[in-house]
Design a protein around this ligand. Structure first.
Ligand SMILES: NC(=O)c1ccc[n+]([C@@H]2O[C@H](COP(=O)([O-])OP(=O)(O)OC[C@H]3O[C@@H](n4cnc5c(N)ncnc54)[C@H](OP(=O)(O)O)[C@@H]3O)[C@@H](O)[C@H]2O)c1
Length: 305
């Protein structure tokens, strides 16, 4: 997996095609997608045109997508993946991931009431995972993984499944080092993909919290920027690279796309990392929308606390 990919959530729909084309020209080969981002068709058009124009081959690319929560029943998983492949205009994915360990009723996006959940009784995560394994056997994806889950869930899948999760995608940045989960994955050989590696400053207003800290204003990163002659964003992204996680920053801005791409070769030193230990801890994606409104799930089903 290329260590740096382009996240495609929260992009203005109109900007997606040009952004993906531009990213490929800059050198991006890894794209992080999901049906819930509602722009896979635009990503697919851009990938297909870039391939047709000879800029890349399918084999050069690493395309990730995710199973939405409303398709967790065993019989729904493969057809959801086929729908995603159709949108992305691909024959196979490089990585297919369970987006959240939360089973919802068909057609639901963000659950509003108890009826929107089907839970473990109707769609046990182990059955969803068995269907993911079957997608792998059917060569619809080369790898499978999980997002947004904790050590308990990973252990359950490791002990009860045939194939352990190869990749875990979680929120990870200097405000959320997730050290126990990070150490667990390193020991278990599970590759981490860090989402929101810049602290997701562009999330829609309704997803923001009061008193959010802002990585770009942290004096430690301003200092690292002048010490290493790199931008503040590059200093923040170097944190993930230094910890050997993949990172998938999102941007539709051409200068930012290039700047972020270059950060893959940058590393922080011990002194830099020491300075970061004292930063406040903050989770931007709290997952409360999946643990409220009659949900059978608890935050402790998602996170290490
Ligand atoms: N699995 C999950 O549940 C999950 C959850 C959240 C996110 N994700 C994935 O992770 C990806 C990244 O997360 P994210 O988009 O929330 O947050 P992020 O990548 O941490 O932050 C993106 C924001 O940072 C800005 N930015 C990017 N590069 C910059 C630079 N060099 N200088 C200044 N600002 C810069 C972007 O604005 P500009 O466009 O103006 O550059 C955008 O608003 C998503 O796109 C998605 O693919 C997965």
């Amino acid at each position: 997996m290329p260590m740096l990919g382009l996240g495609t959530a929260f992009m203005e729909k109109d900007a997606v095609y040009d952004t993906v084309r531009r990213a490929i020209q800059i050198g991006y080969r890894h794209f992080d997608c999901a049906p819930v981002y509602k722009n896979q068709s635009e990503v697919g058009d851009a990938l297909s045109d870039a391939i047709d124009d000879g800029e890349v081959t399918r084999e050069d690319l690493w395309i990730t997508s995710k199973l939405w929560n409303d398709s967790h029943k065993y019989d729904d998983v493969e057809s959801a993946l086929e729908g995603t492949l159709e949108e992305l205009q691909l024959d196979y994915l490089d990585l297919y991931m369970v987006h959240w360990p939360v089973a919802q009723a068909n057609g639901t996006e963000i659950p509003k009431s108890k009826q929107d959940y089907i839970g473990e009784d109707e769609a046990a995560l182990i059955d969803t995972w068995t269907a993911m394994e079957d997608c792998l056997d059917a060569e619809l994806t080369n790898h499978i993984g999980m997002c947004n889950c904790n050590i308990n869930t990973l252990n359950m899948l490791r002990y009860e499944s045939t194939l352990e999760p190869e990749v875990l995608q979680i929120e990870m940045h200097p405000y959320l080092p997730q050290q126990p989960l990070y150490d667990f994955c390193r020991q278990a050989g599970i590759h981490i993909v860090a989402y929101a590696p810049l602290g997701s400053p562009g999330r829609p207003v309704e997803m923001r919290h009061t008193n959010e800290p802002h990585l770009f204003s942290e004096p430690a990163f301003l200092e690292m920027s002048s010490k290493h002659g790199i931008s503040v964003a590059q200093a923040i992204l170097s944190y993930g690279i230094t910890r050997k996680t993949a990172i998938i920053p999102s941007s539709t801005n051409e200068t930012h796309l290039s700047e972020n791409f270059e950060s893959v070769d940058m590393k922080l030193d011990r002194e830099d990392l020491r300075q970061l230990i004292i930063l406040p801890k903050f989770r931007f994606f709290k997952g409360e929308e999946f643990t409220s409104n009659g949900s059978p799930y608890r935050l402790t089903d998602l996170w290490e606390y």
